[in-house]
Design a binder for this molecule. Structure first.
Ligand SMILES: Cc1cc2nc3c(=O)[nH]c(=O)nc-3n(C[C@H](O)[C@H](O)[C@H](O)COP(=O)(O)OP(=O)(O)OC[C@H]3O[C@@H](n4cnc5c(N)ncnc54)[C@H](O)[C@@H]3O)c2cc1C
Length: 347
């Protein structure tokens, strides 16, 4: 018997497990595949919503926790696992954005550094190599990034170091409920008992709750990305232009993302989207045209209305909790969400 079973070993499940363990609870994490290989692996790792002023105060509050605590959490994960998740404060430039006033108001409300660059020469100084088509930018120097595949590997290593048990290839088929109270889960035909069950199943979270009342409105939203094999120093800032972004990693590789596709649980990639991403990337930063595209992949974001995650107790089933639906922002919101759900679960 475990105090709490977490269904889903993505970033949200793993960060929640660390927080629960810190609070003194026994916890077991279950994943239907290898831990951290779904959306949490596939994402870009930008530590900010793309246009934060478009989000509610609740989302911004969680983002602020991530912004403040990621340097420390990244260092702790590195120390516990021996894997560097590559926290990098590289700044983000949003090109030709017409929402200047909203951006300024947001920066003032959340005490974030943001400036408007409206001279081509200054834009060129901050972003050498930028396409000539752009003349204005919103510069957010405090925005950082993490490297997802390393982040999830480090989080998994941290669970091992903290003696938090997990089981991979353990598909939860059912949440067991008796007399309005959770009793555990059914995994591969076997029953595992727990007083509490936390659903952190990402895009699959609503599926897990099918048949019960108050199923959260979470659905898979596919995002495709391409990776250019660049060299360090070619691009040093995150760039966002309309709905496309470029993220430069420490080793010089550059990601371009991402599509938004409502196509169920289909995770396949497609050539037209690949070509579209490459065209967008090279039209923003022409030097990319000469680079090899090393990789192309897709991930399923846990889409939710307005991108607001579900963090809380199920209103009708005692002992059942949800931490899911982080849509495009699960990395930046992950720490705050994990802390919040654990406050609720142990109160
Ligand atoms: C292309 C792309 C770009 C992104 N960019 C960013 C970004 O720059 N910044 C940012 O903050 N966020 C970004 N995101 C969003 C972020 O990646 C997600 O919000 C976050 O990873 C969600 O984490 P999760 O743990 O909820 O989901 P997941 O990582 O998908 O994990 C859910 C886990 O639950 C498991 N599971 C599901 N069903 C079961 C079951 N029945 N039994 C057992 N296990 C089960 C799955 O196997 C999976 O491992 C991006 C996402 C994508 C796809």
């Amino acid at each position: 018997m475990t105090d709490c079973i977490i269904v889903g070993g993505g970033l949200i499940g793993m960060l929640s497990a660390r927080e629960l363990k810190k609070s003194g609870s026994d916890v077991l994490v279950l994943d239907k595949g290898e831990m951290g290989q779904e959306s949490s692996w596939a994402g870009g790792g930008i530590l900010s919503p793309l246009h934060p002023w478009r989000y509610s105060d609740e989302v911004n509050r969680l983002a602020r926790i991530g912004h403040q605590q990621y340097p420390e959490i990244a260092a702790a994960l590195f120390e516990e696992s021996g894997i560097d998740p590559e926290y990098l404060r590289c700044g983000m430039m949003i090109l030709d954005c017409v929402e200047q006033q909203q951006a300024k108001d947001w920066a003032k409300q959340w005490s974030m550094d943001l400036s408007i660059i409206d001279q081509r020469s200054e834009l060129q100084r901050v972003l050498p190599g930028l396409s000539e088509g752009y003349n204005q930018g919103l510069w957010m120097p405090e925005v950082a990034q993490m490297r997802n595949p390393r982040l999830v590997k480090a989080a998994k290593g941290s669970l091992r170091a903290l003696h938090i048990p997990y089981k991979e290839y353990a598909m939860v088929e059912k949440i067991n409920v008796e007399n309005g109270k959770v009793t555990g889960v059914k995994v591969d035909g076997q029953v595992l008992h727990a007083d509490k069950v936390l659903i952190a199943g990402g895009a699959w979270s609503a599926k897990l709750l099918q048949g019960y009342s108050r199923v959260p409105e979470i659905q898979p939203v596919k995002g495709q990305m391409v990776l250019f094999k660049g060299k360090p120093g070619l691009l040093n800032r995150i760039i966002l232009a309309e709905n496309r972004y470029l993220i430069p990693r420490k080793d010089g590789r550059i990601l371009c993302g991402s599509s938004i596709e409502y196509s169920g649980f289909d995770k396949s990639t497609s050539l037209p989207i690949k070509q579209d991403l490459i065209e967008s990337a090279t039209s923003i930063f022409p030097a990319l045209a000469a680079l090899e595209v090393e990789h192309h992949w897709a991930g399923l974001r846990p889409g939710s209305p307005q991108g607001v995650p579900y963090i809380g107790a199920h209103s009708e089933i005692e002992g059942l909790y949800v931490n899911a639906g982080h849509f495009r922002n699960g990395v930046i919101l992950g720490i705050g969400s994990a802390q919040r759900i654990v406050e609720i679960m142990v109160s």
